[in-house]
Design a protein around this ligand. Structure first.
Ligand code: EPZ
Length: 417
């Protein structure tokens, strides 16, 4: 496992360009297998999760080519010629987003279920509820989900929880079902809206993405599309905003949609920072002493769970006590153990973490347990006194493109060892 070394005490300043959204690109890549002609995508981040997803899609017979630095073309033949191996599918939770598209276009799908991970069990019951409503028959054999459907039929599906993945999988499957599908209590994340607009570019008829109800009129087939530009990554943007706050910095983010990071901007303003929004950029700077605050993670437009660990780091030196309630995943406070090794005073009880602000953090040897915990430890290293060595940095590479280069360009001292 490679390591990242971070030397603290430097103030971040300057400007940095945000990459394309990992979680939009993963879903859109899966949707591309439904297109009967070529698809070309832009602003695709060259991160590990996307590399694995391209391998997964190649394993079912698609031909993919990186044209420029962040542009990708995909063409999927009329039949799939293989199934992703377990070794490949278990590397990436989002491999489950191939089931809906394959069911829709080929009438069947066979995929190893992605296991749970460090942040929670991550069941797929809501995905299966949707596929069953659309007429698919599913059998789970030795960890492999085998789904069959003649021609999917439109249906009404209520999601007990606004699951991002379930909303995406059912929306994709419904595009080629006969008749209308209505998904109620669906997720409203920007990545859902981006996927819906991509599906409509292919000739799909998806309405209402971004609201609680999405209606999809099934069509006979989906065409290709050219130069579809994926939205910027709001979680990468948020991570840089928190890093600037954590080092007393002043940075400008380019290629960002301010509305998508509004939940974080509101909280950072509450904590005493200045956030100045422009059309597709945003400036954040420290103008006051950091104030403690309370955070509850919620489905969008609530505070995103993917920025929770990074905020825990920031609040570890805010005077007073801050409270974080994690409402999305059952085990997403693991970074607290590592932050304690750096001097943080954090008490975790179930879904609640209490953070008592300490004067400073100290560099230490720590371990990343998941992608966002890893990012939180990089932020901790930037604000700590001394040097921090982060093992398990492969997790960080799953979701951040050249994080060490971007932070170094802002004046941070981050390098791979
Ligand atoms: C997506 O995961 C993101 N991943 C996650 O980002 C993100 O944290 C999550 O949405 C929430 O915003 C991708 O888009 C690839 P969910 P997903 O289905 O779709 C429960 C990152 O760091 N649930 O909205 O798996 C589930 O257990 C990653 O980039 C069911 O109970 O999230 C969880 O508690 C981490 N049954 C909650 O819903 C189901 O069938 C939210 O899960 C599905 C989900």
């Amino acid at each position: 496992m490679s390591k990242l070394v971070v030397r603290g005490g430097r103030v971040l300043s300057g400007r940095v360009r945000v990459s394309g959204a990992k979680n939009a690109a993963l879903a859109i890549l899966c949707a591309s297998v439904m297109a009967q002609s070529d698809v070309s995508l832009e602003n695709i981040p060259k991160i590990e999760d996307l590399r694995v997803m391209t391998e997964l899609i190649k394993s079912i017979g698609a031909v993919l080519k990186w044209t420029e630095d962040d542009s990708l073309t995909i063409s999927m033949p009329d039949a799939y010629t293989g199934m992703p191996t377990y070794a490949l599918a278990k590397k990436l939770r989002a491999s489950n987003l191939l089931i809906g598209p394959m069911l829709a276009r080929f009438g069947r799908a066979e995929i190893c279920l992605p296991g749970g991970c460090d942040i929670g069990l991550r069941p797929m019951d809501l995905h299966f509820k949707g596929f069953a409503a659309l007429g698919a028959r599913m059998v789970l054999e030795k960890g492999i989900m085998k789904a069959e459907a003649g021609h999917l039929k439109g249906a009404r599906v209520y999601l007990d929880f606004p699951s991002v993945g379930a909303t995406e999988n059912i929306m994709m499957a419904a595009c080629l079902a006969r008749g209308q599908t209505v998904i109620e209590n669906c997720a409203k994340e920007p990545e859902i809206v981006d996927l819906a607009s991509f599906l409509n570019c292919l000739g799909g008829k998806v309405r209402g993405a971004g609201t609680d109800i999405i209606k999809i009129e099934g069509v006979e087939y989906l065409n290709g599309c050219t130069h579809y530009n994926v939205i910027p990554d709001r979680i990468e943007a948020g991570t840089f905003m928190i890093a600037a706050a954590a080092t007393g910095g002043d940075i400008k983010l380019e290629n960002v949609i301010p509305l998508h990071v509004e939940p974080l901007s509101a909280k950072l303003r509450e904590a005493g920072l200045e956030v100045i929004e422009e059309e597709d950029s945003l400036r954040i700077r420290v103008v006051d002493d950091l104030r403690s605050l309370d955070i509850k993670t919620m489905p969008y437009p609530g505070f995103p769970t993917d920025l929770q660990s990074q905020m825990m780091t920031l609040l570890s030196t805010a005077p007073g006590t801050s409270e974080i309630i994690e409402n999305i995943f059952e085990n997403r406070f693991r970074v607290a153990d590592e932050l304690r090794r750096m001097g943080a005073a954090i008490k975790v009880k179930g879904r609640m973490a209490l953070i008592r602000g300490v004067p400073k953090l100290y560099g230490a040897q720590v371990r990343a347990t998941d992608l966002r915990a890893g990012a939180a430890l990089v932020v901790a290293g930037l604000m700590a006194e001394g040097e921090t060595e982060i093992s398990g940095s492969d997790y960080i590479d799953r979701g951040y493109y050249k994080l060490e280069d971007k932070l170094s360009s802002l004046g941070g001292s981050v390098f791979r060892s």
